[in-house]
Design a protein around this ligand. Structure first.
Ligand SMILES: C[S@@+](CC[C@H](N)C(=O)[O-])C[C@H]1O[C@@H](n2cnc3c(N)ncnc32)[C@H](O)[C@@H]1O
Length: 336
């Protein structure tokens, strides 16, 4: 074959390869038109000052600067299948995001903030004008800073089919209010999935956070967030090459005597950690980048032995009563 023919063959292969790459990138970003893409990228130049709307005592926030060093610079869509309270998603504002969790109330809250932030704010603002029937049968006004008010809202989930009796906006309002006013911002439910954390006397807890809710809503819309109630393994149904998945599962227990079936407080045992590892292996095989945080235990290092890992330090309650604070090591596992 002459060199001219060879060159033109090479050129056409290169041309078609680049068309393919552009096309697949376009599909990943889900843009219907150039106009839509332009708006997306223009609006992405500025960071939105949104912070997590729920507090959590073991928040990820403190280790975000350490985690940031390990985030890849190049990837397509972003997935966070253990959405939790302090989602890392807040710091990765430029990608389409797929967010999910198995906490139905948490997922509902994210959805309402995305779709209906003004109604949610209006509902939370109305708390100061509500009246409740007290346990001794008299109507009187109580403020949202009083135990009686708190316990009335908390008791919604003691009713049968309560999720059908209240609107999504009301449930989201309840979730945020209880989080902001309960002891240690804990989320704890009993075996019947009833929230059972007592109220705490914070000085002026801001359970409305008007500006922040509007900003979080903007961010969820900007990143075209798809928010789902589903288990982490379902992430496999939805990933494409070069996406990034960040896993922040309930951590492995720090008690090294624990055996394979021992569970941490959230019932996420070592069998689940292995299931999660298997999901990571599958992602690796289909060219999806993943990053996973966990406690730096022998068990976690063993099951992820053939992946890269880095150690970061986090402040934690280190004894079972939660009264002692100390530093624990976390491991960040990556396949890139
Ligand atoms: C709050 S984060 C854990 C944060 C941190 N890694 C830790 O353990 O200290 C855990 C989140 O995972 C969610 N979760 C638990 N099991 C899950 C599952 N099978 N699939 C998806 N999310 C799950 C919980 O609802 C919770 O929101």
């Amino acid at each position: 074959m002459s060199s001219i023919a060879l060159n033109s063959l090479r050129f056409s292969i290169q041309f078609w390869l680049s068309v393919e790459i552009v096309q697949s990138w376009w599909e990943h970003m889900n843009f219907a038109s150039f106009e839509e893409a332009k708006i997306f990228f223009d609006s992405n130049k500025k960071m939105i000052n949104a912070t997590p709307f729920v507090k959590w005592v073991w928040g990820k926030r403190q280790i975000i600067p350490q985690l940031k060093k390990f985030f890849p610079t190049e990837y397509n869509n972003y997935h966070e299948p253990f959405l939790g309270w302090w989602a890392v998603f807040f710091n990765l504002q430029k990608k389409q995001s797929f967010l999910s969790d198995v906490n139905a109330e948490l997922v509902n809250t994210y959805k309402v903030i995305k779709e209906n932030p003004k109604e949610l704010i209006h509902f939370l603002e109305s708390f100061s004008t509500l009246s409740f029937r007290t346990w001794y049968g008299i109507y009187k006004n109580v403020t949202p800073y009083e135990k009686e008010f708190y316990e009335t809202i908390r008791a919604w989930d003691r009713q049968e089919n309560w999720q059908e009796q209240y609107s999504e906006v009301q449930r989201a309002g309840r979730f945020i209010y209880l989080n902001r006013t309960c002891f240690n911002w804990l989320y704890r439910v009993n075996s019947k999935w009833q929230f059972n954390v007592p109220m705490w006397s914070y000085k002026n807890p801001d359970f409305i956070q008007k500006e922040n809710i509007l900003n979080v809503s903007k961010l969820l819309n900007r990143t075209k967030a798809i928010i789902k109630f589903q288990s982490f393994d379902k992430v496999l149904d939805n990933v494409k090459n070069w996406d990034l998945v960040y896993f922040d599962p309930p951590y492995d227990t720090l008690t090294e005597t624990a055996n394979f079936t021992s569970y941490n407080e959230s019932g996420f045992g070592r069998d689940m950690q292995v299931k999660l590892r298997d999901v990571c292996v599958k992602l690796d095989k289909v060219w999806v980048k993943f990053m996973m945080s966990n406690h730096n235990t022998n068990f976690i290092r063993e099951i992820y032995a053939w992946f890269r890992f880095e150690i970061v330090k986090a402040r934690r309650n280190v004894n079972s009563k939660g009264s002692g604070r100390g530093e624990v090591e976390e491991v960040v596992v990556m396949n890139y």
